[in-house]
Design a protein around this ligand. Structure first.
Ligand code: C5P
Length: 230
């Protein structure tokens, strides 16, 4: 896979009009876009995801599904019919098994969110878990593999510990990526694009360093060059 194909740009904007303008500004520099809850739930959000796919771009729907099994299975089947490429679900075993059923026919790839990167050990204790973040991420990575989920969303800092557990075929997708010297925003534990690819990420997700840049296409191109260097 070429470096360019490994870059996913997060379209974290309020409206379809803003998303369309960004996609147009990025042109051929970017081929893969993440549509999260903010844009998907905006008027026309799902139609826009379908329109992007139909225009030849790849689409990652970041909806983080989690519900009773039958609901997850049916929702996943509907999303598979939209023709998008990636869908996120939470890495609870029932949720993963149900989504696998729902995605059984199409080409949709399922990515499990292990533990939200905004949670620390104290948050897990507060929520009633008896283990810390590192242990829970490893446990859920193992379960994701057993449930035949296609990939995981991880912090770049977790790549080194998790790749040996899941093996070479699991897709590892990481946000929390910042070019050297870039504004971190609310991201705390970051790696550069080169470091994340070198640490075995298959795809990196980058939002604001591209979408808020004065020249988004130039910012994306610089990140692709950095990834190619890894
Ligand atoms: O703007 P920035 O590059 O920080 O955007 C990262 C994207 O990845 C956002 O859409 C954010 O919601 C998402 N994300 C994240 N950390 C996670 C899961 C998703 O930053 N653990």
């Amino acid at each position: 896979m070429k470096a360019r194909e490994r870059l996913i740009v997060a379209l974290d904007v309020e409206s379809v009009a803003e998303a369309r303008a960004l996609v147009a500004a990025l042109g051929e520099t970017v081929s893969f876009f993440k549509v999260g809850m903010e844009l998907a739930y905006a008027p026309g959000g799902f139609d826009f995801a379908h329109e992007l796919e139909a225009s030849g771009k790849r689409v990652f729907l970041d909806l983080k599904l989690h519900d009773i099994g039958v609901t997850v299975e049916h929702a996943t089947r509907q999303i598979a019919r939209l023709g998008v490429d990636f869908l996120t679900i939470h890495a609870f075993p029932q949720t993963m098994a149900a989504a696998r059923q729902g995605a059984s026919e199409g080409a949709l790839k399922l990515l499990a969110v292990t533990v939200m990167t905004s949670y620390d050990d104290a948050d897990l204790a507060e929520a009633g878990y008896a283990c810390g973040v590192a242990e829970l991420v490893a446990r859920r990575a193992r379960q994701a593999k057993e449930d035949r989920v296609d990939g995981l969303i991880l912090s770049p800092m977790e790549l080194a510990a998790i790749r040996p557990i899941v093996g070479p075929d699991m897709l590892l997708v990481t946000p929390g990526v910042r070019p050297a010297g870039a504004d971190l925003g609310d991201q705390k534990r970051v790696m550069t694009p080169r470091q994340a690819i070198a640490a075995s990420a298959d795809y990196i997700v980058v939002g604001r360093p591209i979408t808020r840049a004065a020249d988004p296409a130039a910012a994306a191109e610089a990140i692709v060059r950095e990834m190619a260097g890894a």
